[in-house]
Design a binder for this molecule. Structure first.
Ligand code: ATP
Length: 306
């Protein structure tokens, strides 16, 4: 009996750990990413959100000792404002998002939210206040309702529908065979990339975090999908401090500040109009995007790799 019981008990424990991890969608993101386990300090406090100001102060970071990936990066995102990160592939944009979520501790400098160094707060409280819309959302093999509700376990049906409406996915869901009860994911109805991203947006709206991190999908989307996503994104960003990793410059024309990264350093910063007229890196990227757009086809609208 003992022999049989032990592995079952072990499995039970493991299963609970896995289940717990699945409660937070960011942990899903967490599970997929390869990174070392970050420990909370023994005296770590909970992050207390006052306004939601995000600040990078002279942040440097290396994944491995031989290579610096971010060098002396500083910026402030005032409460409710939007900062966009652009730059060539490998510049360090996603690393900034990972550091803010504390998948890694900074090598030098500090990241502050409302003047609290995120290295000194509990990860649980930090991740509770941050919503992430990743590039590729993984759906659970469960109903579409479950997949949205995951943003706030226990949310009412009315709140789920309201979030879906705001994310511009409600009407689409009503066309599914069993509407909100339709099974989705690998073993159910397969959703397009744009639909999955809107599910992620609906989850984040339900979660209602102070800070939103968006990692825009690199994949090309058709114009209508693009418009739907733009509208949904505008809703999720409204009145929330937002950091967006942008691959299409058209997404970030209205960002309060655009930061251009190259080889881990900030090379330009300003509004779209300021940067467009400066004749630097951003102006070149913008020109390239206009040319690509003129050449036609959604597949040419990526401004990456410039
Ligand atoms: P993209 O637009 O292609 O997503 P990015 O600007 O987001 O690029 P990052 O993903 O932040 O770039 O990567 C910055 C640099 O850090 C790259 O040179 C990358 O190879 C390196 N890097 C990323 N993740 C790791 C890791 N886990 N270990 C070691 N190096 C890494």
């Amino acid at each position: 009996i003992i022999q049989l019981y032990m592995p079952l008990n072990w499995f039970g424990t493991y299963y609970r750990v896995i289940q717990k991890n699945f409660i937070d969608m960011e942990n899903m993101f967490d599970l997929l990413a390869e990174h070392p386990e970050i420990e909370d300090l023994p005296d770590a406090r909970d992050l207390m959100i006052k306004e939601g100001i995000v600040e990078f102060k002279n942040v440097s970071f290396s994944y491995t000792p031989e290579r610096v990936v971010l060098r002396n990066v500083s910026f402030t995102v005032p409460a409710g404002k939007t900062l966009a990160l652009v730059g060539p592939s490998g510049a360090g944009k996603s690393t900034i998002i990972r550091l803010l979520f504390r998948f890694y501790n900074v090598t030098d400098g500090a990241i502050l939210i409302d003047d609290q160094n995120i290295s000194f707060v509990t990860q649980e409280s930090l991740r509770r206040e941050i919503g992430v819309v990743p590039q590729d959302t993984v759906l659970f093999n469960n109903s579409i309702k479950y997949n949205i509700q995951y943003g706030r376990v226990g949310a009412s049906a009315a709140d789920i529908v309201a979030a879906a409406r705001t994310a511009d996915i409600h009407d689409r869901i009503l066309t599914f065979p069993e509407a909100y009860d339709t099974q989705v994911g690998e073993r159910g109805l397969k959703l397009s990339g744009g639909e999955k991203q809107r599910v992620a947006i609906a989850r984040t709206i339900l979660k209602s975090p102070a800070v939103v991190l968006l990692d825009e999908a690199t994949s090309a989307l058709d114009t209508q999908t693009e418009r739907n996503i733009q509208a949904a994104l505008a809703n999720v960003c409204a009145n929330r401090t937002t950091i967006i990793v942008a691959h299409r410059l058209s997404t970030i024309i209205h960002a309060d500040e655009i930061v251009v990264l190259k080889d881990g350093e900030i090379v330009e910063r300003g509004s779209h109009n300021e940067l467009k007229d400066r004749g630097g890196q951003y102006a070149a990227m913008w020109k390239q995007q206009l040319e690509n757009d003129a050449a036609g086809g959604p597949s040419s609208s990526s401004a990456e790799g410039q």
